[in-house]
Design a protein around this ligand. Structure first.
Ligand code: SF4
Length: 231
């Protein structure tokens, strides 16, 4: 792709454009940079789009950019990104081989003194941003999606769900692919109890290991046995 193929940033008040013909994440990200489909673009520095290979077997979906990600324009580069990287490493996965994105592409926050405090995106904001995530899934076509936290799970499963309801087993998601869920690294970092944090981190590593196991097999039945052994 040449620079000429990448469209200039355009504002649209009609929500995300019809992006069904776009077959490159880079071009998609360029369109998303001008998105004004929900109010979140107003307070954020920039869209934080997904990063990783266009043909990754595993897609990891988080909630939204944090303060540092908003400034740098990259997902998972702050403290939660470092924890995710450690978990990927322990699961035997190379961060560079995984496509990492968020359910919501702009940072939602409220001021607190000179700090910007994270705010959870609403159901309508998750829904407004879903066409971008849906297009990423179509282009990357991952074999499995790992949802980090409730917001990502709600976006992928297109309904209100809890991590408890989803458990650690894989499910067929509405997009037709397989997805599983675990804690968001930020949630792990916020846990007040060290023992709880260790347990949740181990859970994150287990789910990522399971995703790795899944993509190295084409038979789901065999995978399920393996998954049971891992959890
Ligand atoms: S959060 Fe998503 S839907 Fe809302 S303006 Fe940003 S890119 Fe558009």
């Amino acid at each position: 792709m040449t620079q000429r193929d990448i469209p200039p940033v355009q504002r649209t008040r009609a929500g995300p454009l019809d992006v069904s013909a776009i077959d490159s994440v880079e071009v998609l990200a360029r369109y998303a940079a001008g998105c004004v489909a929900c109010p979140l673009y107003r307070g954020a520095t920039q869209t934080v789009f997904g990063r990783g290979p266009d043909n990754a077997s595993i897609m990891v979906v988080g909630e939204q950019a944090g303060d540092e990600e908003d400034k740098r324009g990259e997902p998972f580069v702050g403290a939660s990104g470092r924890l995710l990287e450690e978990a990927l490493e322990q699961a035997g996965l190379d961060r560079g081989a995984v496509y990492i994105t968020n359910a919501v592409k702009h940072f939602k926050w409220k001021p607190s003194g000179n700090r910007r405090l994270h705010q959870k995106p609403s159901i309508s904001e998750i829904a407004a941003c879903y066409p971008w995530l849906q297009a990423e899934i179509r282009i990357v076509a991952p074999q499995i999606i790992v949802c980090l936290g409730v917001t990502a799970s709600q976006a992928i499963f297109q309904k209100r769900v809890t991590l408890r309801e989803l458990g650690t087993m894989p499910h067929v998601a509405p997009h037709g692919g397989t997805a599983l869920a675990t804690f968001h690294p930020s949630a792990i970092l916020r846990m007040p109890d060290q023992e709880q944090r260790v347990k949740a981190f181990e859970g994150l590593v287990r789910v990522l290991s399971s995703a790795r196991g899944y993509v190295s097999r084409d038979d789901l039945g065999e995978y399920r046995e393996d998954f049971t052994a891992l959890t």
